[in-house]
Design a protein around this ligand. Sequence first.
Ligand SMILES: C[S@@+](CC[C@H](N)C(=O)[O-])C[C@H]1O[C@@H](n2cnc3c(N)ncnc32)[C@H](O)[C@@H]1O
Length: 334
Amino acid sequence: MRYPKVNYIGNKEKIADWIASVIPEDATSFFDAFCGGCSVSYKAKSLGLQVFSNDILTVNYHIAKALIENDSQTLSEDDLRVIFGGEPAEGFMYSHFANRFYFPEECRELDRIRSNVELLNHPLKQSLTFALLRRAMIRKMPYSRFTINWEKITELRDEEISYAKYGRRRSYHNKTFRYHFEDNLDRYNEAVFSNGRSNKAYNLDIYDAIDQVDADVIYLDPPYAGTMNDYYGFYGLLDSYINGKMQQPFAHSFTDKRLIKQQLCDLFARLSKYRYWMLSYNSRSTPSREEMSELLSRFAGDITVYEMPYAYRVTGKEKKNKDTEYLFLVNTRL
Ligand SMILES: C[S@@+](CC[C@H](N)C(=O)[O-])C[C@H]1O[C@@H](n2cnc3c(N)ncnc32)[C@H](O)[C@@H]1O
C-alpha cells in the first residue's frame, strides 16, 4: 500500500499526512473534489475512509479509478502483450501532435497502444494502463508538462546539446514508452488495494460534482490563483490522447486573480450540505490567508487555519521557494 510515482504539478504528496491529520475523527467519508494525481485521496483511502475523487481532467479520473476505486485489478504479462501488441499506426496522435510534442514514430507508437487499450477485458485495467501511460508520456516530456514548444523539446531531448548546455543528458526522455511503462508497472500494481469501502471516481466540473457526491468532508485543492496553475495547458494533451479529440479549456479554471474571489464565493455558497470543508491554499496565492478567512466566514462560523512551511519545487528549475501552505478547516454545523 504505497502511493506510486505520479509526479503531479501542485501535488500534496509530501504533506498528505499533515492534511490527513486534520480530517475530523467523526468523518467516515471524504470527497477529494479537485483530486489531481490523487495523493490526498490515496492517503484518505489508506486511513479507511470511503473516498470519492473528482477531477475535470479525464487522465486524473483514470488515476482515481486505478488507485482509489480499484480494489483488486492489476496488469499481468498477458495484459502487457495486449497493450504492446500489433504494429505502429497513424492515428489521432500522429495526425495532430507529430513534431509538436513527440517524434512521428513515437506518435505512431502511442496510436497503436491507444487502440490496444480497448482490447483489455476490464475497465479498471484500462484505467491502470492510462495511469501508467501518463507516467511514461510525462517522463519523455521535458519539464513533465505539455506547455513547452517543439524547438525547446527537441533541444532538451538532444542528449549532446542538453549535456553541453545544462550538464545533464536527460536520456530518460529518449527511452521508449514501453520502457517507462514497465519501469513503473510493479509499483502501480502494488499500489492497488481494498480498504473495505466502496470508493468512486468522477470526471466532472466541480459544480456538477457537488450535485452528485455526498460526504462528511469535502476537500478542496483548487488551482492556486497567481501560481503555476494552467492544468489545461500542463495536461490537456493527455486528455486529447485518451479521448481522441482536442480537449477544450475548462469553463471554471480558478486561475484568474481578478475572478478568483467571486468564483470561490460561488462555490462556497453551494457547499452547505457538507458538514466539514477542508481547503488548501498557500502564501504566494490570491486571495491571502486573511481574505480567504473572511470569504469563508460569510458561509460558516467555525474556521480553523493550520499552517505548514513548505518547500515548493518549480518543475524544471532547481530553485526551491519557501512558502507557507495553509489548510482551512470549516465546520458548517457550529
Ligand atoms: C492543485 S491540483 C490538485 C492536486 C492534488 N491535490 C494532488 O495532490 O495531486 C488542482 C486540480 O484541479 C483540477 N481542476 C481545475 N479546474 C477544475 C474544475 N472546474 N472542476 C474540477 N477540477 C478542476 C485540475 O485539473 C487539477 O488537477
